[in-house]
Structure formats: C-alpha cells, structure tokens
Ligand binder design. Structure first.
Ligand SMILES: C[S@@+](CC[C@H](N)C(=O)[O-])C[C@H]1O[C@@H](n2cnc3c(N)ncnc32)[C@H](O)[C@@H]1O
Length: 360
C-alpha cells in the first residue's frame, strides 16, 4: 500500500467556472468601492436629478472634476448601474436604480453599505498586524465609522421607530407619552433617541456612548432640534453600574462588539426600574456558521465582523464575539441576566437584524 497522498483529480470545467466566479467577485468588489465614492460625493443624487447628461454637465452640477467624474461614470456604466448613450455621450441613472442608490430612496439607500467595503479596504494594513499579533483596534482607528453607522440606523431604525419598532414593546409608547426615563446604550450619533425625544416631550432621554466624536454630533443635533428633554454623555459602558434609573432602555446594534456583552446586559437589567423594558436590536445571524450560509448578506457581515466588530471588542480587552455572535447567544445572555420574559422578533424591512423585548 502506498503512503503517498492521493492526488485529487482536477475537474477543469469546475475550476474554470470557479475562476469565472472569482472574476465576478473582483469586479463587483471594485464597483462597490466606487459606489461608495459616488455616494460620498453625492453623484447618485446628482444623476437622479438630471435628465440624460454629459459627463461635463454632471461634473458641473456636482461641482467636481470632469475627468474624474467621467472615469467614475465608466465604472458605473460597465458595472450595470448607469445607462450610457454613445450617440450623445450622455449618462442616465434609471428610475429603478434611483430607487435604491440615492438619499431618500424608497427601497433604502444601498450605496450607504458600499462605504463599509471601502472602509474595510482602508483598514487592510492594520488588519494584517492584527492577524499576526491577535491584538485589537479602537473605534478611533476607523475613519468615518459613526457617519456610516448613523446613515445605516438612519434608514433601518429611525423611519420605522414609531410605527414598527416601539410597538414591539407593547405599552411602552403610552408610558413614554405619560413621561418616563429612557436610556439608549451605545447611542452613536443618537438619531433614534432624538426622534423619540421630539415625539414624547414629557419623557427624559439619555444617550451614552464611548466615542466623544459621536456624542459631540448627538449633542449638537439635539441642540439644533431645540430639545430640553435629552442629554448625551460620553461614557464607557464597561463596568456600568447605575441602579434602577430607567424605565425603558434601548440598544441599536450596540451589544455584540462590547468588551463583555453578558456583563453589559446584566448591568442594563440592573439599571431598569421594576416594570422596566429593554428593547435590543442586534445582528440576527446564528452562532453556527453552518446556519448562516443562506443568511442575508452573510459574507458582508462576516467581513465587517473580521475587520471591525471583532477587533474593537478585542481592543477593549474583550471577548471578540464578532458580528455573527448569534441570536441564540444574545437570547441566552438576556435570560441569564434575569429578565422575566424575552421575546424575539424579526422585522420584514430589516432581515439582517433581530429584536428582543426583555422585561424585568
Ligand atoms: C455599531 S455602533 C451602533 C451605534 C448606534 N446605536 C446606531 O445604531 O447608529 C455601536 C456603538 O456602540 C458604542 N460602544 C462600543 N463599545 C462601547 C462601550 N464600551 N461603552 C459605550 N459605548 C460603546 C460605539 O461607540 C458605537 O457607537
């Protein structure tokens, strides 16, 4: 009997099909980075507002360099995003594409998420070191992170907060109407809390977040809105220990990348008054990789996990559970924190996330 490993036979047709697939991944990845550039520069919005136009007219309206805009348009045309008429050398964003690539897009602006791909690219050199050393990163290492997050929650949370999200916690809107104390833990730029503070003037709203730049933005937005019933404070929630202070606590995508998610959930339980409610939104994937093969945008989410959520938790000396820590993990943590009931919901407009309503 030979000890030599059996050489696997190469199925050339399968190899060629796979190589073609990889080519498609490379092409889509680069188009996605250019979508991010277009989003940041407002180019999709300019295209949406113009009739079929030349690169010169588009650049003029966007107040950008024509040469760069023309090259960007070529990416968008070959990427199947912008339509091109060679006769008049004009470019047009079809209305069906406007519907998911512009600010105010009725289907949500998917170009927002292209920014995550550009951001991961920016982090490559730092990540190489992380892989070698096992060390983590800090929020401040990520350029524009809070702007990206606020644009994300600004379209998945804020527009749905009153009609879809708060009704998950039955009775809470009525209690906020009457006047209660509300905390948003890991509030980032605080857009959701500001909307609630506007709607419920008799309630008092507090937002805590680790990052000074996010809190500065939130305080400025609250000031501009003329709100006297809201305060934002820079606060590291590691070791958080206020007792029985709030009637309602929310966290929007802010637990899995903490240093110690279980400790945070326990402390939020302790910060609730009797009868208090915790509404927690987090990523809705499973803790088991094999269950996530068909989960929406699973590759994208694991990439964000690898490049951001895992390193920022490790960077705080934490466990680095990652974005796909799993709804089962979250539910188990809520139950072991002592909540009397824990209900899980998935909302049709937001299939990537899971929502828990936990009652003291
Ligand atoms: C994914 S972002 C979500 C931000 C915001 N809730 C939203 O939906 O736009 C997670 C937030 O948790 C905050 N965070 C992370 N670790 C924290 C800690 N130890 N204490 C307080 N906030 C923390 C981050 O600064 C960040 O704003």
């Amino acid at each position: 009997m030979s000890l030599a490993a059996e050489t696997p036979t190469l199925d050339m047709a399968t190899a060629e099909a796979f190589a073609e697939n990889v080519g498609g991944i490379l092409n889509s990845g680069t188009v996605a980075v250019m979508m991010s550039v277009g989003h940041r520069l407002g180019l999709f919005d300019v295209l949406a507002a113009l009739p079929p136009s030349t690169s010169a007219a588009i650049a003029e309206r966007a107040e950008l360099s024509e040469r760069y805009v023309r090259e960007w348009l070529a990416v968008m045309v070959t990427g199947g995003i912008v339509a091109y008429d060679p006769a008049g050398k004009t470019y047009r964003l079809p209305p069906e594409h406007v519907a998911c690539l512009t600010r105010e897009a009725p289907l949500g602006n998917l170009a927002v998420y292209a920014q995550a791909i550009a951001l991961i690219g920016q982090m490559q050199e730092r990540l190489l070191t992380c892989f070698e050393t096992g060390e983590g990163l800090a929020y401040g290492d990520y350029p524009c992170f809070h702007q990206f997050m606020a644009e994300d929650s600004g379209q998945t949370v804020v527009p749905q907060i009153f009609d879809v999200i708060l009704p998950l916690a039955e009775g809470i809107a009525e209690r906020m109407e009457a006047g209660i104390d509300v905390l948003d833990a890991g509030c980032g730029r605080g857009l959701a809390l500001i909307e609630m503070a506007k709607r419920f003037p008799k309630s008092r709203f507090t937002g805590y977040d680790l990052c000074a730049d996010a809190i500065e933005f939130a305080n400025e937005a609250a000031r501009k809105a003329g709100l006297a019933n809201i305060r934002f404070e820079q606060r590291d929630l590691t070791g958080y220990d206020e007792k029985a202070r709030f009637d309602f606590i929310t966290s929007f995508d802010a637990v899995h990348d903490q240093k110690d998610p279980q400790a945070l959930i326990r402390s939020l339980h302790g910060a609730l008054k009797p009868g208090g409610v915790y509404l927690m939104q987090d990523i809705g994937g499973s803790a088991k990789l094999e269950n996530n093969l068909d989960f929406p945008m699973a590759g994208f989410l694991y990439a964000i996990s690898c490049a951001h959520c895992t390193p920022v938790s490790l960077g705080q000396g934490g466990q680095g559970l990652g974005t796909m820590w799993g709804w089962e993990t979250a539910k188990g943590m809520l139950e072991s924190a002592g909540f009397r009931s824990v209900d899980r919901h998935v909302l049709p407009h937001d299939p990537m996330n899971v929502w828990f309503v936990a009652r003291v």
